[in-house]
Design a protein around this ligand. Structure first.
Ligand SMILES: Cc1ncc(COP(=O)(O)O)c(C=O)c1O
Length: 413
Protein backbone atom coordinates (compact mmCIF):
# COMPACT_ATOMS: atom_id res chain seq x y z
CA UNK A 1 0.00 0.00 0.00
CA UNK A 2 1.44 3.44 -0.87
CA UNK A 3 2.31 5.60 2.16
CA UNK A 4 -0.32 8.36 2.50
CA UNK A 5 0.99 11.91 1.96
CA UNK A 6 1.21 13.61 5.37
CA UNK A 7 -1.14 16.53 6.06
CA UNK A 8 0.32 19.88 5.01
CA UNK A 9 3.44 18.33 3.49
CA UNK A 10 3.36 21.39 1.19
CA UNK A 11 4.78 23.40 4.11
CA UNK A 12 8.11 21.65 3.57
CA UNK A 13 8.58 24.00 0.60
CA UNK A 14 9.50 26.62 3.21
CA UNK A 15 12.55 24.65 4.38
CA UNK A 16 14.72 26.42 1.84
CA UNK A 17 14.24 29.76 3.59
CA UNK A 18 15.69 28.52 6.90
CA UNK A 19 19.52 28.30 6.70
CA UNK A 20 19.69 26.43 10.01
CA UNK A 21 17.83 23.45 8.52
CA UNK A 22 20.71 22.94 6.07
CA UNK A 23 23.20 22.83 8.92
CA UNK A 24 21.45 20.49 11.35
CA UNK A 25 18.53 18.22 12.09
CA UNK A 26 16.86 20.92 14.12
CA UNK A 27 14.18 19.71 16.51
CA UNK A 28 14.39 22.43 19.16
CA UNK A 29 11.85 25.05 18.12
CA UNK A 30 10.38 25.17 21.64
CA UNK A 31 13.69 26.66 22.74
CA UNK A 32 14.50 28.86 19.73
CA UNK A 33 12.59 28.81 16.45
CA UNK A 34 14.74 28.73 13.31
CA UNK A 35 15.17 32.01 11.42
CA UNK A 36 13.70 32.66 8.00
CA UNK A 37 15.55 34.65 5.34
CA UNK A 38 12.67 37.14 5.57
CA UNK A 39 14.19 38.30 8.86
CA UNK A 40 17.47 39.07 7.15
CA UNK A 41 15.61 41.24 4.61
CA UNK A 42 13.79 43.15 7.37
CA UNK A 43 17.04 43.60 9.31
CA UNK A 44 18.83 44.88 6.21
CA UNK A 45 16.04 47.42 5.66
CA UNK A 46 16.51 48.57 9.24
CA UNK A 47 20.25 49.01 8.69
CA UNK A 48 19.69 50.89 5.42
CA UNK A 49 17.24 53.22 7.17
CA UNK A 50 19.84 53.91 9.83
CA UNK A 51 22.59 54.56 7.24
CA UNK A 52 20.45 56.69 4.92
CA UNK A 53 18.31 58.63 7.36
CA UNK A 54 20.07 58.69 10.73
CA UNK A 55 17.66 59.83 13.46
CA UNK A 56 15.01 60.70 10.86
CA UNK A 57 14.59 56.91 10.48
CA UNK A 58 12.60 57.00 13.73
CA UNK A 59 9.80 59.06 12.22
CA UNK A 60 10.03 57.91 8.62
CA UNK A 61 10.39 54.17 9.26
CA UNK A 62 10.98 52.79 12.72
CA UNK A 63 7.92 54.00 14.63
CA UNK A 64 5.87 52.66 11.72
CA UNK A 65 7.66 49.32 11.97
CA UNK A 66 6.81 49.13 15.68
CA UNK A 67 3.16 49.79 14.86
CA UNK A 68 3.34 47.07 12.19
CA UNK A 69 4.87 44.72 14.76
CA UNK A 70 1.97 45.33 17.18
CA UNK A 71 -0.40 44.72 14.24
CA UNK A 72 1.35 41.41 13.46
CA UNK A 73 0.85 40.18 17.02
CA UNK A 74 -2.74 41.40 17.02
CA UNK A 75 -3.52 39.71 13.69
CA UNK A 76 -2.18 36.37 14.95
CA UNK A 77 -4.35 36.69 18.08
CA UNK A 78 -7.54 38.14 16.58
CA UNK A 79 -7.29 41.64 18.11
CA UNK A 80 -6.24 45.07 16.78
CA UNK A 81 -2.57 45.98 17.11
CA UNK A 82 -3.61 48.96 19.25
CA UNK A 83 -4.37 46.48 22.08
CA UNK A 84 -0.78 45.19 22.11
CA UNK A 85 2.03 46.52 24.36
CA UNK A 86 5.60 45.80 23.30
CA UNK A 87 8.16 44.56 25.85
CA UNK A 88 11.77 43.41 25.71
CA UNK A 89 11.00 40.07 27.37
CA UNK A 90 8.14 38.30 29.10
CA UNK A 91 9.85 39.10 32.40
CA UNK A 92 9.76 42.83 31.59
CA UNK A 93 6.07 42.57 30.65
CA UNK A 94 5.39 40.72 33.91
CA UNK A 95 7.17 43.41 35.92
CA UNK A 96 4.74 45.95 34.49
CA UNK A 97 1.78 43.65 35.22
CA UNK A 98 3.00 43.05 38.77
CA UNK A 99 3.19 46.80 39.32
CA UNK A 100 -0.50 47.14 38.41
CA UNK A 101 -1.46 44.60 41.06
CA UNK A 102 0.39 46.08 44.04
CA UNK A 103 -2.62 48.14 45.19
CA UNK A 104 -4.80 45.01 45.13
CA UNK A 105 -2.37 43.20 47.40
CA UNK A 106 -2.58 46.14 49.81
CA UNK A 107 -6.38 46.20 49.64
CA UNK A 108 -6.38 49.75 48.28
CA UNK A 109 -10.04 50.87 48.16
CA UNK A 110 -9.73 52.93 44.99
CA UNK A 111 -7.99 50.14 43.06
CA UNK A 112 -10.50 47.53 44.20
CA UNK A 113 -13.32 49.91 43.28
CA UNK A 114 -11.91 50.42 39.78
CA UNK A 115 -11.79 46.66 39.27
CA UNK A 116 -15.35 46.21 40.52
CA UNK A 117 -16.41 48.95 38.08
CA UNK A 118 -14.66 46.94 35.35
CA UNK A 119 -16.82 43.93 36.25
CA UNK A 120 -14.28 41.94 38.28
CA UNK A 121 -15.96 40.83 41.55
CA UNK A 122 -12.92 41.48 43.77
CA UNK A 123 -14.86 42.37 46.92
CA UNK A 124 -13.25 44.80 49.35
CA UNK A 125 -10.43 43.01 51.19
CA UNK A 126 -6.74 42.75 50.28
CA UNK A 127 -5.82 40.13 47.71
CA UNK A 128 -2.28 39.20 48.65
CA UNK A 129 -2.04 35.93 46.80
CA UNK A 130 -0.86 34.93 43.34
CA UNK A 131 -1.50 31.34 42.27
CA UNK A 132 0.76 29.55 39.80
CA UNK A 133 1.72 25.92 39.21
CA UNK A 134 4.76 23.72 39.72
CA UNK A 135 5.02 23.31 35.93
CA UNK A 136 5.22 27.00 35.10
CA UNK A 137 8.26 28.86 33.83
CA UNK A 138 10.35 30.21 36.74
CA UNK A 139 10.10 33.86 35.80
CA UNK A 140 6.35 33.70 36.57
CA UNK A 141 6.97 32.76 40.19
CA UNK A 142 9.97 35.06 40.55
CA UNK A 143 7.92 38.20 39.89
CA UNK A 144 5.83 37.61 42.97
CA UNK A 145 8.47 35.95 45.15
CA UNK A 146 10.39 39.21 44.75
CA UNK A 147 7.39 40.94 46.34
CA UNK A 148 7.28 38.82 49.49
CA UNK A 149 8.60 41.78 51.47
CA UNK A 150 5.46 43.66 50.34
CA UNK A 151 3.33 40.90 51.88
CA UNK A 152 2.62 39.09 48.61
CA UNK A 153 2.21 35.31 48.87
CA UNK A 154 2.94 32.95 45.99
CA UNK A 155 0.85 29.77 46.00
CA UNK A 156 2.30 26.99 43.83
CA UNK A 157 -0.19 24.27 42.88
CA UNK A 158 1.66 20.94 42.63
CA UNK A 159 1.49 18.49 39.74
CA UNK A 160 0.48 14.89 40.35
CA UNK A 161 1.76 13.27 37.16
CA UNK A 162 4.58 15.67 36.24
CA UNK A 163 2.74 16.57 33.04
CA UNK A 164 -0.43 18.41 34.01
CA UNK A 165 -2.15 20.38 36.76
CA UNK A 166 -5.93 19.98 36.83
CA UNK A 167 -8.34 22.90 36.69
CA UNK A 168 -9.96 21.49 39.84
CA UNK A 169 -6.67 21.67 41.75
CA UNK A 170 -6.12 25.24 40.58
CA UNK A 171 -9.72 26.16 41.46
CA UNK A 172 -9.19 24.77 44.97
CA UNK A 173 -6.25 27.16 45.45
CA UNK A 174 -8.26 30.29 44.52
CA UNK A 175 -10.15 32.16 47.20
CA UNK A 176 -11.03 35.71 48.24
CA UNK A 177 -7.32 36.34 48.94
CA UNK A 178 -6.29 35.61 45.34
CA UNK A 179 -5.44 38.56 43.09
CA UNK A 180 -4.15 36.57 40.12
CA UNK A 181 -3.81 33.11 38.63
CA UNK A 182 -0.72 33.01 36.39
CA UNK A 183 -0.29 29.94 34.21
CA UNK A 184 1.23 28.82 30.91
CA UNK A 185 -1.00 28.16 27.93
CA UNK A 186 1.36 25.25 27.16
CA UNK A 187 3.67 23.98 29.91
CA UNK A 188 7.31 24.39 28.86
CA UNK A 189 8.51 20.92 29.87
CA UNK A 190 5.54 18.61 29.40
CA UNK A 191 3.89 20.37 26.46
CA UNK A 192 0.46 20.06 28.12
CA UNK A 193 -2.11 22.52 26.81
CA UNK A 194 -4.22 24.17 29.48
CA UNK A 195 -7.96 24.77 29.14
CA UNK A 196 -8.09 28.55 29.20
CA UNK A 197 -11.88 28.77 28.94
CA UNK A 198 -12.30 26.61 32.04
CA UNK A 199 -9.63 28.59 33.90
CA UNK A 200 -11.09 31.96 33.00
CA UNK A 201 -14.56 30.81 34.11
CA UNK A 202 -13.19 29.76 37.52
CA UNK A 203 -11.20 32.99 37.93
CA UNK A 204 -14.15 35.15 36.89
CA UNK A 205 -16.43 33.43 39.39
CA UNK A 206 -13.98 34.03 42.27
CA UNK A 207 -12.90 37.55 41.44
CA UNK A 208 -9.30 36.64 40.50
CA UNK A 209 -7.59 37.86 37.35
CA UNK A 210 -6.11 35.36 34.88
CA UNK A 211 -2.67 35.82 33.34
CA UNK A 212 -1.58 33.46 30.57
CA UNK A 213 2.09 32.97 29.68
CA UNK A 214 1.65 31.89 26.09
CA UNK A 215 5.30 31.74 25.09
CA UNK A 216 4.96 28.06 24.13
CA UNK A 217 1.66 28.61 22.32
CA UNK A 218 1.62 31.84 20.29
CA UNK A 219 2.06 30.93 16.63
CA UNK A 220 1.30 27.29 17.36
CA UNK A 221 -2.04 27.07 19.17
CA UNK A 222 -4.89 28.92 17.45
CA UNK A 223 -6.01 31.60 19.90
CA UNK A 224 -8.55 34.40 19.59
CA UNK A 225 -8.10 36.93 22.37
CA UNK A 226 -11.00 38.96 20.98
CA UNK A 227 -13.50 36.28 21.97
CA UNK A 228 -11.77 35.11 25.16
CA UNK A 229 -11.98 36.31 28.75
CA UNK A 230 -8.22 36.15 29.35
CA UNK A 231 -7.32 39.24 31.35
CA UNK A 232 -3.57 39.36 30.76
CA UNK A 233 -1.66 37.59 27.99
CA UNK A 234 2.13 37.63 27.64
CA UNK A 235 4.27 36.06 24.96
CA UNK A 236 7.34 36.59 22.82
CA UNK A 237 8.94 35.80 19.50
CA UNK A 238 11.76 33.39 20.42
CA UNK A 239 9.97 30.14 19.71
CA UNK A 240 6.92 29.41 17.56
CA UNK A 241 6.91 32.89 16.00
CA UNK A 242 10.44 32.36 14.62
CA UNK A 243 11.32 35.93 15.56
CA UNK A 244 14.44 35.61 17.72
CA UNK A 245 15.26 37.24 21.06
CA UNK A 246 14.51 40.80 22.14
CA UNK A 247 10.80 41.06 21.38
CA UNK A 248 7.91 40.14 23.65
CA UNK A 249 4.52 41.62 24.29
CA UNK A 250 1.59 41.97 26.66
CA UNK A 251 -2.10 42.28 25.96
CA UNK A 252 -4.26 43.56 28.78
CA UNK A 253 -8.00 43.09 28.16
CA UNK A 254 -9.14 46.59 27.16
CA UNK A 255 -11.97 46.57 29.74
CA UNK A 256 -9.23 46.58 32.41
CA UNK A 257 -7.14 49.47 31.08
CA UNK A 258 -8.61 52.02 33.48
CA UNK A 259 -8.49 49.61 36.41
CA UNK A 260 -4.92 48.29 36.08
CA UNK A 261 -2.60 51.28 36.26
CA UNK A 262 1.14 50.64 35.92
CA UNK A 263 3.63 52.05 38.40
CA UNK A 264 6.51 50.52 36.47
CA UNK A 265 6.46 52.69 33.37
CA UNK A 266 8.42 54.76 30.83
CA UNK A 267 8.02 57.47 28.22
CA UNK A 268 6.73 55.09 25.52
CA UNK A 269 3.56 54.68 27.65
CA UNK A 270 2.74 58.37 27.42
CA UNK A 271 -0.20 59.69 25.40
CA UNK A 272 1.93 62.73 24.49
CA UNK A 273 5.32 61.12 24.21
CA UNK A 274 6.80 63.79 21.99
CA UNK A 275 5.72 66.71 24.19
CA UNK A 276 8.67 65.75 26.41
CA UNK A 277 6.89 66.96 29.55
CA UNK A 278 8.83 65.75 32.58
CA UNK A 279 6.07 66.84 34.98
CA UNK A 280 3.06 65.14 33.36
CA UNK A 281 2.20 61.51 32.70
CA UNK A 282 -0.97 60.83 30.74
CA UNK A 283 -1.05 57.17 29.89
CA UNK A 284 -1.74 56.39 26.23
CA UNK A 285 -5.34 55.54 25.46
CA UNK A 286 -4.33 52.21 23.92
CA UNK A 287 -2.09 49.25 24.78
CA UNK A 288 1.03 51.43 24.68
CA UNK A 289 0.10 52.51 28.21
CA UNK A 290 1.96 49.41 29.47
CA UNK A 291 5.17 50.04 27.50
CA UNK A 292 8.50 51.23 28.97
CA UNK A 293 11.37 52.81 27.01
CA UNK A 294 12.92 52.67 23.53
CA UNK A 295 12.17 49.24 22.00
CA UNK A 296 14.88 47.22 20.26
CA UNK A 297 14.15 48.11 16.64
CA UNK A 298 16.60 45.54 15.15
CA UNK A 299 14.89 42.81 17.21
CA UNK A 300 11.55 44.07 15.96
CA UNK A 301 12.79 43.87 12.35
CA UNK A 302 13.95 40.28 12.82
CA UNK A 303 10.68 39.39 14.54
CA UNK A 304 8.63 40.83 11.69
CA UNK A 305 10.22 38.33 9.27
CA UNK A 306 9.08 35.39 11.41
CA UNK A 307 5.60 36.74 11.84
CA UNK A 308 5.21 37.44 8.15
CA UNK A 309 5.70 33.72 7.61
CA UNK A 310 3.40 32.67 10.47
CA UNK A 311 0.64 34.93 9.14
CA UNK A 312 1.11 33.67 5.58
CA UNK A 313 0.88 30.00 6.57
CA UNK A 314 -1.73 30.46 9.31
CA UNK A 315 -1.59 29.12 12.86
CA UNK A 316 -4.19 26.41 12.09
CA UNK A 317 -1.97 24.70 9.51
CA UNK A 318 1.16 25.17 11.64
CA UNK A 319 -0.62 23.56 14.55
CA UNK A 320 -1.91 20.57 12.58
CA UNK A 321 1.44 19.73 11.02
CA UNK A 322 3.31 20.16 14.32
CA UNK A 323 0.91 17.90 16.18
CA UNK A 324 1.09 15.24 13.45
CA UNK A 325 4.88 15.21 13.79
CA UNK A 326 4.49 14.97 17.57
CA UNK A 327 2.17 11.96 17.14
CA UNK A 328 4.77 10.35 14.88
CA UNK A 329 7.55 10.97 17.40
CA UNK A 330 5.47 9.44 20.21
CA UNK A 331 4.51 6.37 18.12
CA UNK A 332 8.13 5.73 17.07
CA UNK A 333 9.45 6.27 20.61
CA UNK A 334 6.83 3.88 22.00
CA UNK A 335 7.85 1.28 19.43
CA UNK A 336 11.46 1.57 20.64
CA UNK A 337 10.44 1.22 24.28
CA UNK A 338 11.54 4.77 25.19
CA UNK A 339 9.96 6.48 28.17
CA UNK A 340 7.57 8.94 26.56
CA UNK A 341 6.68 11.72 28.99
CA UNK A 342 4.20 13.60 26.84
CA UNK A 343 0.49 14.21 26.45
CA UNK A 344 -0.81 11.62 24.01
CA UNK A 345 -3.99 13.42 22.95
CA UNK A 346 -2.81 15.87 20.25
CA UNK A 347 -5.72 18.18 21.10
CA UNK A 348 -4.28 18.62 24.58
CA UNK A 349 -0.64 18.97 23.54
CA UNK A 350 1.46 21.88 22.26
CA UNK A 351 4.71 21.31 20.36
CA UNK A 352 6.78 19.47 22.97
CA UNK A 353 7.43 15.75 23.35
CA UNK A 354 9.73 14.81 26.23
CA UNK A 355 11.60 11.53 26.58
CA UNK A 356 12.74 10.44 30.04
CA UNK A 357 16.52 10.13 30.56
CA UNK A 358 18.76 9.65 33.62
CA UNK A 359 21.45 11.90 32.18
CA UNK A 360 19.69 14.04 29.57
CA UNK A 361 22.58 16.50 29.20
CA UNK A 362 24.99 13.86 27.93
CA UNK A 363 22.36 12.43 25.56
CA UNK A 364 21.66 15.90 24.15
CA UNK A 365 25.40 16.54 23.73
CA UNK A 366 25.90 13.18 21.99
CA UNK A 367 23.02 13.94 19.62
CA UNK A 368 24.47 17.39 18.92
CA UNK A 369 27.77 15.74 17.94
CA UNK A 370 25.74 13.83 15.34
CA UNK A 371 24.09 17.03 14.07
CA UNK A 372 20.74 16.50 15.83
CA UNK A 373 19.68 19.45 17.98
CA UNK A 374 17.26 18.99 20.88
CA UNK A 375 17.59 20.18 24.46
CA UNK A 376 17.34 18.99 28.03
CA UNK A 377 15.50 19.86 31.17
CA UNK A 378 15.83 17.96 34.48
CA UNK A 379 15.14 14.25 33.77
CA UNK A 380 14.10 14.70 30.15
CA UNK A 381 15.30 15.17 26.61
CA UNK A 382 12.96 17.83 25.23
CA UNK A 383 12.09 17.43 21.55
CA UNK A 384 9.98 19.80 19.50
CA UNK A 385 9.48 19.09 15.82
CA UNK A 386 8.00 22.04 13.90
CA UNK A 387 6.25 22.41 10.54
CA UNK A 388 9.57 22.54 8.68
CA UNK A 389 10.83 19.19 9.96
CA UNK A 390 10.51 16.10 7.80
CA UNK A 391 9.18 12.75 8.91
CA UNK A 392 12.64 11.34 8.13
CA UNK A 393 14.22 13.77 10.63
CA UNK A 394 11.85 12.61 13.35
CA UNK A 395 12.68 8.99 12.52
CA UNK A 396 16.39 9.74 12.71
CA UNK A 397 15.98 11.46 16.08
CA UNK A 398 14.15 8.49 17.58
CA UNK A 399 16.65 6.04 16.12
CA UNK A 400 19.57 7.91 17.70
CA UNK A 401 17.72 8.50 20.96
CA UNK A 402 17.13 4.76 21.17
CA UNK A 403 20.83 4.20 20.53
CA UNK A 404 21.95 6.57 23.28
CA UNK A 405 19.26 5.50 25.73
CA UNK A 406 19.62 1.79 24.99
CA UNK A 407 16.16 1.30 23.41
CA UNK A 408 14.99 -1.55 21.18
CA UNK A 409 15.65 -2.13 17.46
CA UNK A 410 18.56 0.30 17.15
CA UNK A 411 20.21 1.01 13.82
CA UNK A 412 23.90 1.20 14.63
CA UNK A 413 25.54 3.96 12.61
C1 LIG B 1 6.83 29.47 29.03
C2 LIG B 1 7.94 30.47 28.93
N1 LIG B 1 7.80 31.69 29.49
C3 LIG B 1 8.77 32.62 29.42
C4 LIG B 1 9.95 32.35 28.76
C5 LIG B 1 11.02 33.40 28.65
O1 LIG B 1 10.77 34.58 29.35
P1 LIG B 1 11.67 35.89 29.07
O2 LIG B 1 11.16 36.51 27.79
O3 LIG B 1 11.45 36.74 30.24
O4 LIG B 1 13.09 35.47 28.93
C6 LIG B 1 10.14 31.08 28.17
C7 LIG B 1 11.37 30.68 27.45
O5 LIG B 1 12.37 31.27 27.28
C8 LIG B 1 9.10 30.13 28.25
O6 LIG B 1 9.24 28.91 27.71
Amino acid sequence: MPTPTPRHAELLEHRAEFPLLEAAVYLNTCSLGARTERSRRHLEEFLSGWDNLGARAWYREWLGELTALRDDFGAILGVPGSEISLAASVSAALAVVASTLDPLHRGDDAALGRLRDAGVPVGSGPRKRVVTTALDFPTIGHQWLARESLGVELVVVPTGDGLTVSVDDIAAAIDERTALVAIGHVFFTSGALNDLDALSAVCRERGALLLVDAYQATGLVPTNLGTSDIDLYVSGTLKWLHGGPGTAFLRVRPGLWDALLPTTTGWFSSARQFDFAVDALDLAADGRRYELGTPSVPSAAIARGGMELVREIGVERLSERTRDLGDLLIALADARGLEVRAIRDPERRGGIVAIGADDPRSVVNALADEGIIVDFRPGIVRCSPAFYNTEAEVERLVDRLAFHLGGAGVTVS
